[in-house]
Design a protein around this ligand. Structure first.
Ligand code: MN3
Length: 224
């Protein structure tokens, strides 16, 4: 009985400590669900070590300002320059890493499980000339990002769709982003996202990504 009480007390303490902190949402599929395009070892390491580290480091950085745990993380990005100066870099890098990966996981689904709707095809064709032209431009953004970063399809406040890329863990919510808006498709082009399977062949990874894009989620993010 005493031991049970102690366990109960400990679990209450832990839940109080972690209350309100940012948390990783579990992956919506198995680690192996995106094979052969994205291998299960990469998914496991990427989610449990890289994404987990960004999440933990964001929470650690906000310890002095616990009221910020209650904010939507995208609000922290939008107001980055108004945050206490000692956490701005951590919110940019670790907050960016936390949010960007959370979005990225939902942007993928097992190959063949979703299909681009006629409505989305029409929107992409209207913006880029054709779906193929859209894909080529997106691949180009992913390939020309020097070093680590992300490729994005962004819905700007005007509704305009724009392809864009950012360095490191930056994203289109941040005040110094040249293109601002809501990301509706995201691709991680850090080497940790593809090195085990593709080594230096980023182009092969970027091409493979099309097989596992969750088109239903892209539409949802676009508000269609
Ligand atoms: Mn990553």
């Amino acid at each position: 009985m005493k031991r049970l009480n102690l366990l109960l007390l400990l679990s209450i303490c832990f839940s109080l400590i972690s209350y309100g902190q940012f948390k990783q949402t579990p992956l919506p599929y198995d680690y192996k669900a995106l094979e052969p395009y994205i291998d299960s070892t990469t998914m496991y390491i990427h989610f449990n070590f890289h994404h987990a580290a960004y999440t933990n480091n964001l929470n650690k950085a906000l310890e002095k300002y616990p009221e910020l745990y209650k904010k939507d993380v995208t609000e922290l990005f939008k107001n980055l320059n108004e945050l206490p100066t000692d956490i701005q870099t951590a919110v940019r890098n670790n907050g960016g890493g936390y949010y960007n990966h959370s979005l990225f996981w939902t942007m993928m689904a097992p190959a063949g499980s979703t299909k681009m709707s006629a409505k989305l095809e029409k929107a992409l064709t209207a913006s880029f000339g054709s779906v193929d032209a859209f894909k080529t431009a997106f691949e180009n953004a992913a390939m020309t990002r020097f070093g680590s970063g992300w490729a994005w399809l962004v819905k700007e406040p005007s509704g305009k769709l724009t392809i864009y890329s950012t360095a490191n863990q930056d994203n289109p919510f941040m005040p110094d982003s040249k293109v601002k808006g809501t990301p509706v498709l995201a691709l991680d082009v850090w080497e940790h996202a593809y090195y085990l399977k593709y080594q230096n062949k980023r182009a092969a990874y970027v091409k493979a990504f099309w097989s596992v894009v969750n088109w239903a989620e892209v539409e949802k993010q676009m508000g269609m």
